[in-house]
Design a protein around this ligand. Sequence first.
Ligand SMILES: Cc1cc2nc3c(=O)[nH]c(=O)nc-3n(C[C@H](O)[C@H](O)[C@H](O)COP(=O)(O)OP(=O)(O)OC[C@H]3O[C@@H](n4cnc5c(N)ncnc54)[C@H](O)[C@@H]3O)c2cc1C
Ligand code: SF4
Length: 479
Amino acid sequence: MAKEPMLKFVDIQRDMPSKRTAEERKKDFHEIYAEFAAAKATEQASRCSQCGVPYCQAHCPLSNNIPDWLRLTATGRLAEAYEISQATNTFPEICGRICPQDRLCEGNCVIEQSGHGTVTIGAVEKYITDTAWEKGWVKPVSPITERTESVGIIGAGPGGLAAADMLRRAGIQVTVYDRYDRAGGLLTYGIPGFKLEKDVVMRRNQLLADGGVTFVMNCNVGDDISFDEIRAKHDAVIIATGVYKSRDLEIPNSSAKGIVRALDFLTASNRKSFGDAVEEHDNGTLSAEGKRVVVIGGGDTAMDCLRTSIREGAVSVKCLYRRDKANMPGSQREVKNAEEEGVHFEWLSAPKGFTEADGKVAGVMVQKMRLGAPDASGRQAPEVIEGADYIEDADLVIQALGFEPEDLPKLWGVDGLEVTRWGTVKAQFTTGATALDGVYAVGDIVRGASLVVWAIRDGRDCAQAIIDRLAAPAAVAAE
Ligand SMILES: Cc1cc2nc3c(=O)[nH]c(=O)nc-3n(C[C@H](O)[C@H](O)[C@H](O)COP(=O)(O)OP(=O)(O)OC[C@H]3O[C@@H](n4cnc5c(N)ncnc54)[C@H](O)[C@@H]3O)c2cc1C
Ligand code: SF4
């Protein structure tokens, strides 16, 4: 006789009254999920001790008033929690999803510090604003008065969009120029959808458009319109173009077919998720499906490539990083996620060259490393272990070695736009003002590859500086 199963799982959908439509069943599921999310957020928010020394707030780049919105969430006052949360953050539900909280707010929560596990601040922030969207509390900007001054923003990433939002709130006319077809910058085409759902970004873009921001898309500044033309059209210009020049390996056979750049791979995957036709993905060049994938690099972009490869159906996914786990630049949380999903990490391993077969990459020649004396940056420098080389078989190699700024003064033919020795635009820290009058810069193009939350902070600060300047032109002229 067949044995009875030990546990009887209850199928909630099946055990509910029959003859329900698919829509009704879906609704049941959403209700159940919403109740679960609400209970979880309340439970977490209640764990905040209201310690009075809000290290979490001090370590949030936006100085979010975390203890207050946690207290309000714990007591079910979500509309007020949302008001407080959105007062300092242009995209709270986005930060809640993708900030590296372990290095920011949550890593500095006193409950975490005392060994009891952090309050999941990011998850609560996401919950508050997702609820606000659901309830219809998130409304387009509607300024009390419209002003005649206008600001041109080059780049529709989080830095440019945060500035656009603040400027519109002050009634200033805003035009955003971007070379892509969709706004959002790396929120749209860099960060994978499993970390940040694309509809969450698109509804924000729509909200800005509904609030009066004019978007000029498919417009590559420097090609389709000159920087000087944009400057002549507007009272102020914000450069928010991010950093996109990939650092590439220059080792034997590095131009073999099958060796691709991280952002090309991620952009193709993101475009597919929008339903776009992407020839290089469809013909296999930028697809991981059925391949042995090796990702080179140890930052968050590398983690995104690894986890995307798993989702695309790679046969095996390996990460090569020249230092050890403790010294990698990416978030430990992301490494854990990748490991749990089946990624294999080869620590202390650096590529020396590639092998080819039939005109395509066939493997990575790997050198084993050990950590030696600290270098100028204070980090232990990797040294080669002689005689320990081996070949790692690969059909697709993704280079994720970081990004550098494009040479904007040269690309745009702008005299007087000062850059640092790293090529980032020189701008005042608190206002984004550059050496050119009326020209500002924010986000990664100023900081180098950084974080979404810092780009938002820069965009907001810069918008405030422009609002102050436009309100007091005489004072500025006299400076
Ligand atoms: C793969 C990846 C994953 C990441 N994951 C995270 C994460 O999980 N959490 C996090 O906090 N940060 C993450 N980051 C970093 C984060 O995305 C950036 O710090 C942030 O997007 C920078 O914002 P930005 O507005 O300065 O620039 P971007 O988001 O890069 O936007 C710049 C915009 O400018 C446009 N542009 C550039 N040049 C021109 C031109 N000449 N003419 C017109 N338009 C132009 C581009 O098309 C783009 O839309 C990640 C980065 C990458 C690459
Ligand atoms: S914006 Fe980022 S750092 Fe600040 S509270 Fe939210 S998740 Fe934490």
